[in-house]
Design a protein around this ligand. Structure first.
Ligand code: GCO
Length: 256
């Protein structure tokens, strides 16, 4: 197989929640593979700083400041991209938040915020992207970001778990409807990856030890460990992969 199957030159990728953390790593990986990047975030300062950093590295970057949970804002953002002549060929639905709290203490407001940010956003942004991919008639790639909790649960992260379980099946539902249009829809489930979101866990000695003991690779993952799988699923090499979730977890889900 020629390396060109993994070349994203000429493609444009929108990565939601890409000002920092895993989303930023996915955007970096896609840029390194040749894609032009549309960065998304809701904090203008953080988004601008990341965009400047990417431009300094020679990446082609656009900034899309919008709230992925706001239907009107998502639609308006895509209208702005249309007006600018920017067609999204690759969408990575990465935006997500975590909230660690016992279910019995959770409020409806907290529940809704996690489910809206982690799951509804993938529907809202995916719908806008797919409408345009179908209309253009040249296919596309959608990668939804799941989690180990797409498969198994951990106490105190119920809304996150429910949202990531939803991501796994929404991925299949999207594939069921959009594969015939040449759109590959898949998911990636990162394991315990060291980011701002998980740093408090890594800083807890007992949790850090548990992760290292439960992971056959005996280490936390890095954002770079996950980016390659996102690039693969964004490339022509994955044209016949649909509705799948690939866990990048050092083997954690494979062992008792
Ligand atoms: C937690 C963590 C996990 C990881 C990741 C694992 O509190 O257990 O936040 O949810 O972030 O999702 O795949």
């Amino acid at each position: 197989m020629s390396a060109s199957k993994f070349d994203l030159t000429g493609r444009t990728a929108l990565v939601t929640g890409s000002s920092r953390g895993l989303g930023k790593a996915y955007a970096e990986g896609l840029a390194e593979a040749g894609a032009a990047i549309v960065l998304n975030g809701h904090d203008p300062d953080r988004l601008g700083a990341t965009a400047r950093e990417f431009r300094a590295r020679g990446y082609r970057v656009e900034e899309a400041l919008f709230d992925v949970t706001d239907e009107a804002a998502v639609s308006a953002a895509f209208d702005r991209l249309d007006t600018a002549g920017i067609a999204v060929d690759i969408l990575v639905n990465n935006a997500g938040i975590q909230l660690r709290k016992p279910l019995v203490d959770l409020t409806m407001t907290e529940w809704r915020k996690v489910l809206d940010t982690n799951l509804a956003s993938a529907f809202l942004v995916g719908r806008e992207a797919a409408r345009r991919m179908i209309a253009r008639g040249r296919g596309g790639k959608i990668i939804n970001i799941g989690s180990l909790t797409s498969e198994v649960a951990r106490a105190t992260v119920a809304p996150y778990t429910a949202s990531k379980g939803g991501i796994k099946l929404l991925t299949k539902a999207m594939a069921a409807e959009w594969a015939e249009h040449g759109i590959s829809v898949n998911a990636v489930g990162p394991g315990y990856i060291l980011t701002e979101m998980t740093q408090p866990l890594a800083d807890t000695p007992a949790f850090d030890s548990w992760v290292r003991q439960r992971t056959p690779a005996r280490r936390w993952g890095t954002p770079a460990d996950v980016a390659g799988t996102v690039v693969f699923l964004s490339s022509d090499a994955a044209d016949f992969v649909n509705g799948q979730i690939i866990y990048v977890d050092g083997g954690m889900l494979s062992v008792l």
